[in-house]
Design a protein around this ligand. Structure first.
Ligand SMILES: Nc1ncnc2c1ncn2[C@@H]1O[C@H](COP(=O)(O)OP(=O)(O)OP(=O)(O)O)[C@@H](O)[C@H]1O
Ligand SMILES: [Mg+2]
Length: 311
């Protein structure tokens, strides 16, 4: 081997010695590109609650979860916490699930066995059992543990609460970190939200606000202002009564997927945008005098430019 060649070998050996192991190298490259390293932060635990039954919790839960997954590319799991009178699976066309939340709570199935992919939206579903007899020996207090475990792998864990202020509803409340209250614009429904808030006093929760469902602005309905004053919560979404919601229930596909441009579909997609911080206010139309002033200001600037003025 000549001197030139041996020099080459020495250089290579030196390079090999200084070379970083592939993992370390990858980390440095990722750092350079500004990519985050290390474990992902846990996802958000969002409880959809109401007190009063039949006001739209399941509708909001499945559509919020589906829109977060389908429109905003989030990793989402929706849990049917309405163990006693579950409907979430049916609303998504899942009439039978071999393993359910009830089985997981009873220790009869692993959590991963009870997770199902909802193909039309891309979200994951943890259904409850449809059988009335399946509520025996179910420890609902374990829902919190399950939700926390899921938050390690999902961006959003949406918890669809049962009605009333019983054990099941409270298990959902305590499992959630953020609460979305669903109400219709009637006194009994808003009063139940007030009850929930009283029951939660001293608890460390983020109150996202109220989804005012089936709100049509009719004079027999409570106004947004009245709802906000009574509940001491902000109305963050107004979902109108929409026949497409009924149609989507019959078709077993969330309205945000089947009819995203329907009045309810649009509002529920906007709600998801607000929840994940991607909401943009539609630019409001300028009034005539605002347009005029803008035009005049533009003309002023053009005049200054022509004359070389610097204001
Ligand atoms: N914006 C809407 N427009 C029309 N129908 C709606 C709307 N929201 C909900 N509904 C209908 O109202 C009924 C009750 O809704 P949903 O099952 O979501 O209520 P819930 O609060 O989950 O009930 P429960 O307390 O029994 O769990 C359903 O038939 C649903 O399709
Ligand atoms: Mg429900």
């Amino acid at each position: 081997m000549g001197a030139k060649e041996s020099g080459k070998e020495d250089k290579k050996a030196e390079e090999r010695k200084n070379a970083k192991p592939p993992e370390e190298k990858k980390t440095l490259e990722e750092k350079k590109e500004g990519k985050k390293t290390g474990p992902r932060p846990p996802g958000e635990l969002i409880g959809v609650v109401s007190g009063k039954g039949g006001v739209g919790k399941t509708t909001v839960s499945i559509n919020l979860a589906a829109a977060l997954a389908h429109e905003f590319g989030k990793k989402v799991v929706v849990i049917d916490c309405n163990i006693g009178t579950s409907h979430l699976g049916v609303a998504l066309g899942m009439h039978y699930a071999p393993h359910t939340l009830n089985d997981v709570l009873r220790g009869k199935a692993k959590l991963t066995e009870a997770l199902y992919k909802h193909e039309p939206s891309g979200m994951t579903v943890l259904p409850a059992s449809m059988k009335a007899t399946n509520i025996q020996a179910v420890d609902v207090s374990q829902i919190k543990k399950i939700a926390k475990q899921l938050a390690l792998s999902y961006d959003y864990v949406v918890l669809d609460a049962g009605p009333g202020l019983g054990r099941e509803a409270f298990a959902t409340l305590f499992a959630a970190e953020k609460l979305l209250y669903v109400s219709i614009p009637t006194m009994p429904s808003v009063i139940d939200i007030v009850r929930y808030r009283q029951a939660l006093q001293g608890e460390d929760k983020v109150h996202l606000g109220i989804v005012l469902n089936m709100f049509d602005g009719k004079e027999h309905q409570m106004s947004v202002d009245e709802v906000e004053k009574l509940s001491q919560l902000k109305v963050i979404s107004k979902v109108p009564t929409d026949v497409e919601v009924h149609r989507s229930l019959a078709a077993e596909i969330p309205v945000v997927i089947s009819k995203p441009k329907s009045p309810a579909g649009k509002e529920l997609i906007d709600l998801a945008a607000k929840v994940c911080g991607e909401f943009e206010e539609t630019p409001k139309k300028l009034k005539f005098h605002e347009k005029l002033w803008r035009g005049l200001k533009g003309a002023d600037e053009r005049f200054d430019e022509m004359m070389g003025f610097d204001r």
